[in-house]
Design a protein around this ligand. Structure first.
Ligand code: SF4
Length: 231
């Protein structure tokens, strides 16, 4: 589950009709760590102007005056595809429950590495069948889907934080087991335009910048978040 993209919504945009930032944060926290057949992307736009490009996501939400429109099955990439509208003007509770069911139905039935767009196309009846399953419970599985998602949400744990808290697990992340204090000499970082990047990753960029008349000029000026080396 990737970071949920949002526009600035009612907090910072005069056109916003719903709190797109708040919903995006809530969705990201709810679905983080979900194991799925392929990556999942989502976006939330605070009005029909669609600045978050929600319709290019596996599940995208666009605010309306009275609720949220939900679109499913979009993607970018080599074969871009707009997500399709599955329901309009949903209240937030119904919206989240519908996304819960969509995701769990997808997780349980899609092939490995099958994105949501081809998965929906593979369903007999396509998007209409999907709507029937997750909104009208045509297969009688919604209680099970709800229960599975509730279990995921309740059971989420930050696996990387758990490694940092466990000295035994942390020990596995050393370059050499017989010399744990010695860094791998083949891993080298360099400073590039004020950023710490792996050596060899910046080839080609100076040429492009020079073509733009920006050779040697830092792309960003002003205050920056300090980026320290890992301890
Ligand atoms: S989608 Fe609407 S609310 Fe969001 S930034 Fe664009 S204009 Fe503003």
């Amino acid at each position: 589950m990737r970071t949920v993209k949002s526009c600035v919504g009612t907090d910072w945009c005069r056109y916003g009709v719903q709190d797109s930032v708040g919903l995006a944060v809530a969705l990201e926290l709810r679905y983080r760590g979900l194991r799925s057949p392929h990556k999942l992307k989502s976006g939330v736009s605070g009005c029909a102007r669609e600045c978050a490009e929600a319709r290019s996501k596996d599940f995208g939400i666009i605010a309306t005056e009275t609720g949220w429109n939900l679109y499913l099955g979009g993607n970018g990439g080599f074969t871009p595809r707009h997500a399709e509208l599955i329901a309009s003007d949903l209240d937030t509770t119904t919206l989240v429950r519908t996304i819960d069911r969509f995701l769990m139905f997808y997780v349980r039935t899609a092939d490995r590495l099958q994105r949501t767009a081809p998965w929906i196309e593979s369903l007999e009846g396509g998007i209409d069948h999907l709507r029937d399953v997750i909104m009208s419970d045509s297969l009688g599985i919604c209680a099970s889907l709800d229960e599975q998602m509730a279990r995921h949400v309740a059971g989420y744990a930050d696996e990387w934080a758990a490694v940092l808290d466990d000295p035994d697990k942390l020990e596995r992340f050393t370059s050499f087991v017989n010399a744990p204090g010695v860094p791998d000499p083949t891993i080298e970082f360099v400073d590039h335009l004020g950023r710490r990047v792996p050596a060899g990753m910046k080839d080609g960029q100076p040429t492009d910048l020079a073509a733009l008349g920006l050779g040697g000029v830092p792309i960003t000026d002003g205050a920056r978040i300090p980026m320290g080396a890992p301890a």
